[in-house]
Design a protein around this ligand. Sequence first.
Ligand SMILES: [Ca+2]
Length: 378
Amino acid sequence: MYVAVLVFVRTLSLLFLNRYGYMKNFPGVFRRMFRGGLLMAAVVATPVTWALAQENHNSDYLGRQDVDAFIDELVTEHRFSRTELEDILAGAERSERALELISRPAEGTLEWKDYRKIFITPERIAKGVSFWEENAETLARVEQELGVPANIIVAIIGVETYYGRQTGGFKVLDALTTLGFDFPRRGEFFRKELKNFLLLAREQNLDVDELTGSYAGAMGIPQFMPSSYRAYAVDYTGDQQANIWLSDEDAIASVANYLQKHGWKYGSGVAVQAKVSGVKHEQIVSSGLKPDKKLSLVQKAGWAVPERLPKSSKVLAMKHEGSAGAEYWVGLHNFYVITRYNRSQMYALAVYQLSREVKDSYKRSLALQKQVAKGKQG
Ligand SMILES: [Ca+2]
């Protein structure tokens, strides 16, 4: 009877924790201690095999055929220990919220005038200046070493996570497992990211239970997917760990490295707003991302570009609905590089405009500080 009651209580508690996530706000280590305590009690009272079978039974994913196949693959291809993987995946919880969010169309439905309003705000510009001031030395060094301008790095982090304030409250393990196994349309993609996630946790000695991200598994201050993390995240603090969750320095260097590896050209422009005339200018508007037309051709179609660009430049002719009517922009090579971070014209345009605003504001702030310092001296 004692055993039966204990087992009942334990099963109930685990169900409670797994299904309703009441302990989600507790740090993983406490959660594990609590679960561990319950498990210990059960192990003491019941045969070990039975307790483990129950643990599997309560898992959202362990014991499923597709999950088994995934584990087999990782064991064979990457020499993971099967028990270790089973242990990790036993803790993965199905996230209904992630499934809900991924099925919802987001920025595709917004027009530029509304999209812009989200990102180009006085608050986001001011907080960008603060972020720059707090990380001025790192940003200057990274700009010099990797050839990516500080204001572009700041703007990407500003658009992605409001300078690290909104990094997403999902456990990456839960999000990727859920989308990998319960979202068939893109299951293959997310299973690949889950694999990369397990690999990066092992390589970087990070705890899978601690790592958080967006509902789609984009992680930390710069919102890197696990495969991008493994390819582009760098350690800039010298502790051998690219900690893009907590370290601004690592995040800054990782963003710069990402853009540099995708071909950022230092000193070249990003985008220029154009004025159009005539009857042919609409014909060359592109919804793609790659600069695909010769500048001369675009000019012939009635686009006046108020900046001197190399004649051989290839540009992307864009049209977006602004708050004062249609806006025409030409995107250059670096514009395309920004879209490697997020494949959207409006995303790159928002990053570019925020980068300009933050830079202007930062310069003004520096000038003001100099003036104040001078005043104090005099
Ligand atoms: Ca580091």
